[in-house]
Design a protein around this ligand. Structure first.
Ligand code: SAH
Length: 220
């Protein structure tokens, strides 16, 4: 409706409320990495939601996608991206492509992003969307991402955007020395964990409570 009424001004309005979102939801909660903030300012979240959700794209919530999945809350995307500590040279793996929004943010922050999605239709839609936005440093795979991508490992950072019952051991094993694994763990109660592979082993810390869709074992 707004689009019909406002025409081109609607795009300007969406860009404006995205900048407001960065201030009110992301900076206000303590995300400081200037590269993460710049990526969040640039990537149009409204390009990743269904048509009926465009007017809500900059609200402080996850939003529904096809297949009962969700596009993550913007703050959580920013927080996970900051925890990955990316400077631009890294190779990153994402589990749970979904809409491709987190993928697009990571593609701004790292040299290469590999992303795995269990639902083929979501993976195809995300790949088409990201290609349309000119994003060329992403490699896609369809399937269960819990085992990571051994042929392309090791990674500087791995982000999981669905909740695993336990930290997936295969993912921790695909980190480079110094690498970071950011993963929501749990079922009814979940926490976001950050694991770092140090010279004395995996260091693990709990970051905050979160609420992600579950890591699935098959696409159904
Ligand atoms: N990062 C996404 C969030 C999508 S929600 C975004 O920004 O839009 C989590 C996604 O994980 C869903 O698309 C779901 O289909 C996918 N998923 C669930 N289990 C998976 C698995 N075992 N392997 C790969 N993807 C999985």
């Amino acid at each position: 409706m707004f689009k019909e009424l406002l025409g081109k001004r609607y795009d300007a309005y969406l860009d404006f409320i995205r900048q407001q979102m960065i201030k009110d939801q992301i900076e206000a909660r303590g995300v400081k990495d200037p590269r993460v903030l710049a990526a969040m300012r640039k990537v149009c979240r409204h390009c990743f939601v269904t048509e009926d959700m465009v007017s809500r794209a900059y609200e402080d919530y996850p939003l529904p996608l096809a297949r009962g999945q969700t596009i993550s809350q913007p703050y959580i995307v920013a927080l996970m991206s900051e925890l990955a500590r990316l400077s631009g040279t890294e190779r990153v793996l994402e589990i749970g492509t979904g809409s491709g929004y987190q993928t697009a943010v990571l593609a701004e922050l790292a040299a290469e992003v590999d992303t795995i999605e269990i639902f083929p239709d979501l993976a195809q839609a995300a790949a088409a969307r990201l290609a349309g936005l000119g994003c060329s440093n992403v490699t896609y795979r369809t399937g269960d991402g819990a085992g990571g991508w051994p042929e392309r490992a090791p990674y500087d950072a791995i982000l999981v955007t669905c909740a695993a019952p336990e930290v997936p051991a295969a993912l921790a094993a695909q980190l480079k020395p110094g690498g970071r694994l950011v993963v929501p763990v749990g079922s009814a109660q979940q926490e976001l964990r950050l694991l770092t592979l140090t010279s004395s082993g995996l260091l693990q810390r709990s970051v905050c409570a979160v609420n992600f869709v579950p890591l699935l074992t098959e696409a159904r």
